[in-house]
Design a protein around this ligand. Structure first.
Ligand code: MRU
Length: 369
């Protein structure tokens, strides 16, 4: 379990006896560490939408618990259906959300109304616990890659990452940070270039996590990646994913595609860390079919941080009259992806290779978006 100071935390945990969920509130991180209590489906939907909880795996788990909170209030079919719609419409791109909601609905449909509350908590908790196991397994497979990179170089391995696919984007470990933490623990010298990731600056969260684990890292502006690659200062790119098509296209935080293109131009491997719930077997043409979330304009105009007095503050950096577009994700076509690091192992980003690892997914349908 990851530590903040001396205390072990998960990014979200349930208190079944009082019927509430606790979250690490990411709104003011890394400047202010605080937790919050979520007591209703509406409050959970709001936390997901406003990104107080964020990251594809974590929002799936949060939505599952959101449904459990709705069931606690009213276990009827209509209530579950209403809560599912509420959760599903919070954020459109990460498929983990629709996957977790679908799983909750399937489980609850098989249970008598009087037994739904217990079943809902159990299922949501199972999704959370499984997420930890998925990340740990991704960690072991990613570790093997980092070990090989080190053995080939005999000097610190330089990894570039974009956004935050760290432990607070999941329940624990993180998809990208699991192999990094494991390598660091085993004494493999690594250094991580952390993209700032405008406009929401999730790179600051990654830097905070790496600092917490004592992993050497350097924060860079998003635009620095190509330059670092040209100079031989990046050995591999490792990112998370919000949705992966059956062909291996990787949809992830806006700007990921540019890094993949630069990596290809410089002959640098580009990996995505992907747990099974992030794969959408129903998506054939990722560029056309994956809905790309358009976030509020003020995410570009307003930056957050500490003021001269050390108090959390927001500053307007662009005129409110300036037209703004804020697409939150992009698609990196499979041809730019060297491979996927999954909990089942490393796999090349092709439909044939993916179906060889997930043979039963041949007929799967798209998740509703
Ligand atoms: O908008 P966010 O911060 O939720 O986006 C997060 C990402 O893009 C992550 O890379 C992805 O969800 C994987 S997290 C393990």
């Amino acid at each position: 379990m990851m530590k903040v100071g001396q205390v072990h935390y998960r990014s979200l945990w349930a208190d079944e006896s009082s019927g509430v969920i606790h979250i690490i509130d990411q709104a003011r991180l890394p400047h202010v560490f605080e937790t919050a209590t979520i007591a209703s489906a509406e409050a959970m939907a709001d936390a997901i939408r406003s990104m107080r909880v964020r990251g594809a795996p974590l929002i799936g788990v949060a939505a599952a618990f959101g449904i459990a909170l709705a069931v606690a209030r009213d276990p009827s079919d209509e209530s579950i259906s209403r809560a599912s719609t509420l959760m599903r419409t919070t954020r459109p791109t990460a498929v983990n959300l629709a996957w977790a909601i679908g799983r909750m609905r399937e489980r609850l449909a098989t249970v008598k109304v009087s037994e739904r509350l217990v079943a809902a908590w159990d299922e949501a908790q199972a999704i959370a616990d499984e997420d930890v196991a998925l990340n740990e397994s991704i960690g072991r497979h990613g570790l093997a890659i980092l070990e090989r990179e080190y053995a080939a170089r005999k000097r610190p391995v330089n990894i570039l990452t974009h956004c935050n696919a760290g432990w607070i984007a999941t329940v624990d470990w993180g998809t990208v940070t699991a192999p990094i933490f494991m390598a660091h623990e085993r004494g493999i010298p690594i250094h991580v270039w952390v993209d700032e990731t405008r406009p929401r600056n999730q790179g600051l969260l990654t830097a905070w996590e790496l600092a917490g684990g004592g992993v050497p890292h350097t924060l860079v502006a998003d635009n620095a990646g190509g330059h670092l690659m040209q100079r031989g200062m990046v050995d591999l790119v490792l990112v998370g994913a919000d949705r992966v098509s059956r062909r291996g296209d990787v949809c992830n935080k806006i700007g990921t595609y540019l890094k993949a293109v630069a990596a290809r131009a410089n002959d640098i491997p580009f990996y995505a860390a992907v747990p099974t719930p992030t794969i959408d077997w129903g998506i054939e043409d990722a560029l056309r079919e994956i809905p790309i979330e358009e976030r509020p304009e003020d995410e570009l105009r307003v930056v957050r941080g500490l003021d001269a007095q050390g108090k959390f503050a927001e500053v307007l950096i662009a005129s409110r009259a300036t037209p703004v577009a804020n697409p939150a994700f992009d698609v990196t076509p499979a041809e730019f992806v060297t491979g996927l690091i999954t909990e089942k192992g490393y796999v090349r980003a092709t439909e044939k290779d993916l179906l060889a690892l997930w043979p039963r997914s041949r007929e799967s349908k798209a998740y509703l978006t």
